[in-house]
Design a protein around this ligand. Sequence first.
Ligand code: FMN
Ligand code: EPS
Length: 380
Amino acid sequence: MLRILTAGESHGKSLAGIIEGFPSNVAINIDEIHQDLARRQQGYGRGGRMKIEQDRIEILSGVRDGKTLGSPIAFLIRNKDYENWESYMDPMEADTETKKVTNPRPGHADLIGALKYGFEDVRNVLERSSARETAVRVAAGSFVKQLLKNFQIQSAVHVTAIGEIAVNEKPRSFEEIWEAEDSPVRCVDPVIGQRMMETIDAAKKEGDSLGGIFEIYIQGLPVGLGSYVQWDRKLDAKLAYALMSIQAIKGVEFGYGFKNAQKPGSQVHDEIFYEKEKGIYRVTNHAGGIEGGMTNGQPIVIRCAMKPIPTLCKPLRTIDIQTGEAVEASVERSDTCAVPAASVVGEMAALTVIGEEFIRKFGGDSLEEMRQRWKDCKSI
Ligand SMILES: Cc1cc2nc3c(=O)[nH]c(=O)nc-3n(C[C@H](O)[C@H](O)[C@H](O)COP(=O)(O)O)c2cc1C
Ligand SMILES: C=C(O[C@@H]1CC(C(=O)O)=C[C@@H](OP(=O)(O)O)[C@H]1O)C(=O)O
């Protein structure tokens, strides 16, 4: 079983990750991991922190001469900002008074985290609840992406809405979505993309923040990843879990999920056809590539809704947790909109689940073993 653990505070010394259950003999290109880390850092609407960080991975174990060993892969991503925070974040000797936060931000983990873990200082919560942690998930996902490349699996992601500015929902080709890589908001339509940037600028000027929607495509999948036989083996359920665990993601749908709910079955279900040369095929993909909790061979299409960033420069009303008096929420330096960045996290989180299911189906010891079983499966 593939498992990923993350550790690290946002302004602490370093983030850390462990990938357990990764097969042996997979060639790892560290530049590709750095590219994915950079993709996550980019995106219009990010705040000052991204000018400080330039995420790089330092592999500590589980890889030798560029190939995985099958043993746990451990790695670090250092926080450059630690230099500015060392005196407040040192694990053994930190100034815990000067940067104390007692006015929790509505929508962040601040208030409930402080109540739950018994803190007087919300900083103890925000350091770990911060989406800084997603750098580790992207690095881990990038390892999995490189594993899946051996099986011709490809993924792409694009932003379909920022606030109220949205592109038309329609099936897109991979080539079209890859174009979004060059857009500062990861939007396939340059005109809408421009309007998305303008709405982010306007929100920033107002001291406000924005959310949005992104869409993930994964293609080249074999039939039968996931299973219908037990609730916790359903692939859509597992993907939703991974995606909902990303900070600020509040909705996940497969295919035309919510729109399908408003239509009769005759307009929703993807009819089944067969031709000798083509085999079994469909002409529509309203289901988004998953039926009965299993891949059906069509591309997986998932849309995720991200709520607006909780930190507002024009702060919302809150209370001081020490005195109970009405105050304004704390203003940490913040992103105005992080939907383009979150879309990359979503893509990598989804690939991690696909990798886990791939290993479950085709064996997880070595790449060669997986390849053989994958070929056998394909020839059925
Ligand atoms: C890539 C990314 C960047 C984020 N940047 C910020 C930020 O700068 N400021 C902020 O308040 N929240 C930011 N968030 C959202 C918070 O981390 C998130 O809302 C918070 O942890 C509470 O969790 P929840 O929204 O899942 O309930 C970001 C989320 C993501 C995915
Ligand atoms: C550091 C990252 O995102 C951070 C996520 C985040 C939050 O509250 O989630 C708050 C901000 O942190 P800071 O207070 O240091 O500016 C973001 O920059 C990152 O994505 O690498």
